[in-house]
Design a protein around this ligand. Sequence first.
Ligand code: NAD
Length: 282
Amino acid sequence: MSAQLLDGKAMSDELRQEIAARVAALKAKGVVPGLAVILVGEDPASQIYVRNKGIACEQTGVYSRTIRMPAESTQQQLEDEIRRLNADKRIHGILVQLPLPAHLDESAALAAVAPEKDVDGFHMINAGRLMNGQPGVTPCTPKGAMEMIRRTGADLRGKHAVVVGRSNIVGKPMAMLLLQADCTVTVCHSKTRNLADFTRDADILVAAAGRARFITADMVKPGAIVIDVGINRVDGKVVGDVDFDVVKEVAGWITPVPGGVGRMTITMLLKNTLEAAERAGC
Ligand code: NAD
């Protein structure tokens, strides 16, 4: 392997220790950071994510509460629950686990979360703040990916960053963070023609398309920083969007899946919850 590994587990362990110390300092002032996760229905992947979030909270001393709602819950019931949590002083962060069952309106649910408790950073106010370069809550996955990019120590100014994927939760906020870091940013998507022409020119390549191992060695510039956001299940195994075994021979830096961005995402959720509690101060 020629690429250096960006180990999300090792980075997370270090960051979680720092978070735990800040949580303890806050507790000493009488504030216990609290995260509420709303899970509607029985989606098996969501159940695993929610369980992992609970474990991470426990590790760092963050109070966590999971609200399980039946799959047939109405929009009104969901928004009533969100509003209850908005008013709950023990809760500093609210996360609505996506995807919601098809009959529910995701955007309306996310808009019901108080922006200061929106630890996922999906509320329009926080999306707008990110767009305008104002302080706000940054979505956890791009925030974690950015932390990994920074930890390479590379000077990011003027580097060509290519983001593959333009979703509101990963691709677009990722592009904004890279722009704020003075990269020259290209966003590619499912209608992009000749994708490899763009990816091959990337000093920093972020793959967030949800296509198993579709970034191959010939699509990567030698020495590039390759960040794999993808989580895909192939034959019962979790794989990324990057064909790791071959791309690691070309890239300068690479994140594994699992143990890469996914791990950092949960760490950033803890950080966003802690910061929300520090801001609230009660
Ligand atoms: P999404 O389906 O909302 O968006 C996928 C994007 O990829 C779209 O913008 C689409 O235009 C683009 N795309 C699809 N096929 C493409 C192709 N062949 N070429 C170029 N672009 C293409 O997905 P999302 O929510 O942004 O998630 C993307 C991936 O990241 C998924 O695998 C998801 O599971 C994973 N994910 C991981 C984490 C984590 O914590 N690591 C968090 C969120 C999402």
